[in-house]
Design a binder for this molecule. Structure first.
Ligand code: ATP
Ligand code: MG
Length: 392
């Protein structure tokens, strides 16, 4: 029965000049999300509102599911729109609408009319009163409550007339593309996909880098990362995934540096390489899934050591989250099942029995000097042999 959706978005911070940028980005992201749906849609903005009109038959559930993934949307209102065939006909339609949408009508309601087209013969207040009366006549079990109605029945008079009363919550946030781009260090774990999701929610476009270490990490471990990127891309749009072969760098560190510092030095090289790719691809920051104290390489002291090798800001949206809180988000966004598949990631292969939890940066720097002979070449080769996968 629904033929359109009215898209609600939070307007805080998007007043004035930036507003159209925000709206255009939202329209763009909605169009992108709806590409996956059956049916044809026309997404348009009119007078500070965004409408999604269905031009053909469409799958209601699927369409709502897709819209729920578009950042910037605070609410999705399924709309019935009808031609203007006079007020009496409109009241009949509304009465039928209430029957269809609310099988149980033992509820309070309020009519809220808005005239975007001023030549309509009745004024808004008049519409509210007269339609309220028609509804009460049709359904004596309903009562009016102008302050806290169960059903807020919106009637918008435009070229056509829009009727809506339901609001399905959207994901909130800002439309992707309004906030620049950042490079996500994406591993196969639970945390990093969630971290990417959270930064994208603030309107940031995401690219990703994955370090693999064949043959120590398998093709299936890599496929798992591609799959995770694909799930995240349902929210963010296409993700350019840079796959970097890290094996030789890792083996070299393993050969030249103390084993308990292996993870931290490896992480420093990941950050350096990620920053290099970030700069080449116009990213304004790095994103990781780190959370204070989760593992040895994520103590405050370890974070000092990994942080000092890059100049771009490193965004760590999960920094204050407990594992359980992260798991809850990953379940909500649909990455959890994939994240827990048991394929080794490159960190688990080389972990020392007792990794340092309080690495001394000066000592780490000194030990990295052991790598001087070959490390630049190894990094260069790793960058030159990157595999770029465009994930949609
Ligand atoms: P995750 O669940 O995201 O894998 P984790 O708890 O396993 O995180 P670490 O392995 O210490 O934590 O990694 C910390 C962060 O470093 C990750 O969240 C991710 O951003 C990045 N990272 C770790 N390993 C890789 C990798 N192989 N490729 C790309 N990024 C990685
Ligand atoms: Mg990991």
């Amino acid at each position: 029965m629904f033929t359109a959706f009215l898209i609600k978005y939070a307007e805080i911070g998007i007043k004035g000049k930036n507003r159209y940028l925000f709206e255009d980005a939202l329209v763009h992201q909605i169009n992108h999300a709806l590409k996956k749906c059956e049916g044809k849609f026309f997404v348009h903005k009119t007078q500070g509102r965004i409408f999604v009109d269905a031009l053909t038959d469409f799958d209601y559930e699927e369409t709502v599911e897709q819209l729920k993934k578009v950042f910037g949307i605070s609410g999705i209102c399924p709309v019935v729109y009808v031609e203007d065939e006079g007020f009496e006909r409109l009241c009949e339609t509304v009465i039928q609408y209430l029957a269809d949408v609310y099988p149980d009508r033992n509820r309070t309601f309020k009519v809220q009319a808005r005239r975007a087209r001023k030549n309509y013969p009745k004024e808004s207040m008049e519409i509210n009163m007269d339609m309220g009366e028609a509804i009460l006549n049709a359904y004596p079990e309903m009562t009016v409550d102008v302050h806290h109605p169960d059903i807020l029945l919106n009637i918008e008079i435009r070229e056509k007339i829009y009727i809506y009363s339901e609001i399905i919550p959207g994901p909130g946030g800002m439309p992707v593309g309004t906030g620049g781009k950042a490079m996500l260090l994406l591993s196969g774990g639970i945390d990093s996909p969630v971290a990417g999701y959270m930064i994208a929610k603030r309107g940031v476009k995401i690219d990703a880098v994955y370090f693999h270490a064949p043959p120590y990490t398998s093709e299936r471990a890599k496929q798992k990362v591609v799959d995770l990127a694909r799930i995240v891309s349902a929210y963010t749009g296409p993700i350019y995934l840079h796959v970097i072969n890290f094996t030789d760098i890792q083996l070299y560190i393993h050969e030249k540096c103390p084993h308990e510092e292996l993870t931290i030095i490896m992480r420093r090289y990941m950050m350096r390489i990620a920053e290099h790719i970030a700069r080449e691809t116009d990213c304004l920051g790095l994103i990781t899934g780190e959370s204070i104290g989760q593992v040895a390489s994520q103590t405050m002291t370890s974070l000092v050591a990994t942080n000092e090798v890059c100049e771009l800001p490193v965004y760590r949206p999960l920094i204050g989250f407990d594992k359980q809180e992260i798991v809850e988000i990953s379940e909500k966004i649909g990455t959890f099942e994939t994240s827990i598949l048991p394929f080794e990631d490159c960190c688990t292969i080389f972990v020392a029995k007792h990794p340092v939890t309080k690495p001394n940066v000066k000592v780490i720097r000194r030990h990295e000097k052991n790598l001087e002979e070959q490390i630049d070449d190894l990094v260069k080769t790793a960058l030159e042999t990157e595999e770029l996968i465009i994930v949609e």
